[in-house]
Design a protein around this ligand. Sequence first.
Ligand SMILES: [Zn+2]
Length: 87
Amino acid sequence: MYTPEGPERHDHFIYLAPSLERRPQKSVDATVAHEFAHVLLGHGEAVDLDDSLKQERDADLLIQKWGYAPTNSCDWMKKGKKARRRA
Ligand SMILES: [Zn+2]
């Protein structure tokens, strides 16, 4: 039986950078959970930075319910936002 691969078959694609393997296991676990949270929450391409921050916050809130300590995805995004505003 032929089973198509790629976008025709899969609604979601999660890419995890190989450099992730150099981080502590706790951080790897939380990052993988965070990416799955985005999929489960139906997140897509963010329309703007505020939407993006909301998606990151919602994903982090969900993984906290699963027992993971979020990595600081929102923190770096907020810092990036401030830095862009200053420029
Ligand atoms: Zn995220």
